[in-house]
Ligand binder design. Structure first.
Ligand SMILES: O=c1ccn([C@H]2C[C@H](O)[C@@H](COP(=O)(O)OP(=O)(O)OP(=O)(O)O)O2)c(=O)[nH]1
Length: 163
């Protein structure tokens, strides 16, 4: 996954959203943190991994993947505000032998920790936990990258249409 390229596309999209909505290029960190928490909740809902009371299966893989890359958009956007977008290198996170529910809870706790203390170390921890979540959901890096590019385009189209 070419993260530096994704950061660049994210920056273009974020700048466009600010422009179209007449917002100052001020940081919207709190709003982005809440948006990310909501996206992780939407993702968990689509997987249904915690719904021990139901036999209904997970949503289609493509639906889950789109939710996943919505969260990735906000994580990249937060990284840009933090100033790490020019030199952030992806390193493969170790495979973990744990449940999907636990991986979701870990991602939540890393997001909250970063929100309380927005350091680069905590950002890397957050990013890593989100990549681990992608691995747990069995998405390849290539699939994630392609889905990110597709949703990024949709986000631009929405701005064109005055979303
Ligand atoms: O500064 C921003 C703000 C938003 N987004 C992207 C992230 C995500 O891909 C999308 C917002 O999520 P979604 O598509 O779920 O938006 P929604 O307005 O909640 O749509 P829906 O009601 O269809 O879920 O916009 C950014 O990249 N940068």
């Amino acid at each position: 996954m070419d993260l530096l390229h994704l950061f660049k596309l994210q920056k273009e999209l974020d700048e466009r959203i600010l422009r179209e909505h007449g917002l100052e290029p001020k940081k919207l960190l709190k709003e982005k943190m809440l948006a990310l928490l909501v996206e992780v909740g939407e993702l968990a809902n689509e997987t249904r991994c915690f719904k021990y009371w139901s036999n209904k299966p997970s949503s289609e893989r493509s639906v889950v993947l789109e939710e996943y890359v919505d969260g990735l958009h906000f994580i990249l956007s937060i990284g840009i505000d933090l100033g790490v977008d020019k030199n952030f290198l992806f390193y493969k996170c170790a495979e973990t032998d744990t449940t999907t529910v636990q991986v979701f809870l870990d991602a939540y706790s890393k997001i909250i920790r970063f929100q309380e203390q927005p350091s680069i170390t905590n950002y890397i921890e957050l990013f890593t936990s989100y990549l681990r979540l992608g691995q747990t959901l069995e998405f390849s890096q290539d699939e994630i990258e392609q889905a990110y590019l597709a949703k990024n385009e949709v986000n631009h189209e929405r701005q064109t249409q005055g979303y």
